[in-house]
Ligand binder design. Sequence first.
Ligand code: NAD
Length: 260
Amino acid sequence: MLSGKVALITGSTSGIGLATAHVLAEQGINLVLHGLMSDVEGQALALEFAERYQIKTLFDNADLRDADCIARFMDRAITSLGTIDILVNNAGIQHTEGVGSFPLQKWNDIIAINLSSAFHTIQHSLPGMRENRWGRIINIASVHGLVASINKSAYCAAKHGIVGLTKVVALECAEQGITANAICPGWVDTPLINNQISDIASKNQTSFEDAKYQLVTAKQPLPEMLDARQIGEFVLFLCSDSARGITGSALPMDGAWTSQ
Ligand code: NAD
């Protein structure tokens, strides 16, 4: 059912996005790969996916802080591979600091990349989805789209925002065969959180592995990080026909973090 469809995954050069790209490619889904990587590295990644999975691929390194850049990226993707059937808004960055001294530039970047970019990609993807009367929009939010933690003002604002955006898009598309959902993961083992682990390691004079355990268990009852592929498999389920009734949901995948 999904083979031959086109998925665009922002931030698919690393972590959750890259793992999701592999999961979708295994189903024969054509891919628009994207992320901050040189053209040469990106072309090599796209070729590797195309040969390994026998699918069509495209790579773009559009900077998601720039709306014009996103518009050019989306036009190029749709012209090259056709309607975006599956849109995974995944790219994100983090900066942790108290709100009183939080740098304005970091605030602007986090809101642009983690929230506004999804508004732009959704706007560009919806006409094709509506024409086909089929679409899947999956926003990778976070447990921080549901609850807060100190030192994460911009991240929590952006993630709560993308949960709200998801709900509105779901309402507006409910009769058009298009679902929109947010996945809200707890800790996932990716490069995004390495700075937070290093900060704990240096503060507590402990190893990186010990610091990782301390970080995970501080709030998440399940004492292990999720593997990025688990998020990809959840994305795949949301793309399936069985999941057509799930829309407008913010779905925790958080080791019981938000059960407390
Ligand atoms: P990651 O650092 O491994 O990957 C981030 C991706 O975003 C990369 O491909 C990077 O190139 C891209 N990116 C960053 N800035 C960009 C920009 N300006 N323009 C274009 N692309 C840019 O991170 P990850 O952990 O895989 O995170 C993916 C998503 O999952 C993020 O939205 C993150 O907030 C969310 N998330 C992560 C965790 C976790 O514990 N790792 C938990 C919950 C939610």
